[in-house]
Design a protein around this ligand. Structure first.
Ligand SMILES: [Zn+2]
Length: 258
């Protein structure tokens, strides 16, 4: 059906929802107008060939109740189909936050509310059009937060590191085997999920990689330099073990209070 040419597009605003739709020209021989809502949330009006698009827009308005109800029903079905590990909780800066998955109106994105007190839970609100879309949005959000945090932490620690005179290039990637790496050309790559970790652990990973700018291997000289920057690095490395690493699926089993 999606191969049918789109004549015009519009937005239906009804009962607090805003949904996009297409007015399409039906196949030759079509005599009736038809409304179609597909399970992935696409809304189409099919017109008989030659009919003016205005008739399609009028039909959507007349049947707005039905269209929105169908669209909401499919949205709920897509939400129900999300794997259970996507419904639960994720770490942000070392604290577990309840994830609320919405499939919403015109807004798609991620919003995070940090816990109000040590006794309360933070919330991550994700609004997306499908489970896969939600997962992608969340991943991008983590990646962006990781980069912002790493840049600001780098600015804080840089002055105390004698061999770092100019800030090295920082990259954030979907690393599967480690939290960070440093290339022989001095580019530091960090795992996009670094933002799961508390700041002391983020600092530990960042300083580990920054130490590689002075000593490229993991020799005693490397650890001596690292200890000079971060005397409690072993404690922080231990703390890190409490968090799911990027190479583990984040399921209920490995979500634990730090
Ligand atoms: Zn290393």
């Amino acid at each position: 059906m999606s191969a049918l040419p789109i004549l015009e597009q519009g937005h239906l605003c009804h009962h607090g929802e805003t949904l996009a739709y297409n007015v399409r020209c039906g196949r030759p021989g079509r005599v009736r107008m038809t409304l179609r809502v597909t399970p992935d949330g696409q809304v189409d009006v099919l017109l008989p060939p030659g009919a003016p698009p205005a008739r399609g827009h009028a039909m959507i308005q007349q049947r707005a109740d039905w269209v929105v109800r169908q669209w909401q029903r499919f949205r709920q079905r897509r939400l129900d189909a999300l794997p259970s590990e996507q419904r639960d909780r994720r770490y942000v800066l070392g604290t577990l936050c309840r994830v609320e998955w919405l499939v919403a109106h015109s807004w798609h994105g991620v919003s995070w509310q940090s816990p109000e007190s040590s006794a309360s839970e933070g919330r991550i609100i994700i609004s997306a059009k499908s489970g896969a879309h939600a997962e992608a949005l969340l991943h991008n959000w983590y990646a962006q937060k990781t980069l912002e945090t790493a840049c600001s932490r780098l600015a804080c620690v840089q002055e105390s590191i004698p061999w770092v005179t100019t800030p090295p290039p920082l990259r954030v990637r979907r690393l599967c085997r480690r939290w960070g790496s440093c290339s022989s050309r001095g580019v530091i790559t960090l795992a996009s999920l670094l933002y799961r970790l508390p700041v002391p652990c983020i600092d530990y990973i960042l300083l580990h990689e920054l130490t590689h700018l002075a000593v490229f291997n993991h020799s005693p000289a490397f650890y001596a330099k690292l200890a000079g920057l971060l005397p409690d690095w072993q404690l922080r490395r231990k703390q890190l073990e409490a968090f799911p690493s990027p190479w583990q699926p984040e399921t209920e089993a490995n979500l634990q209070e730090p």
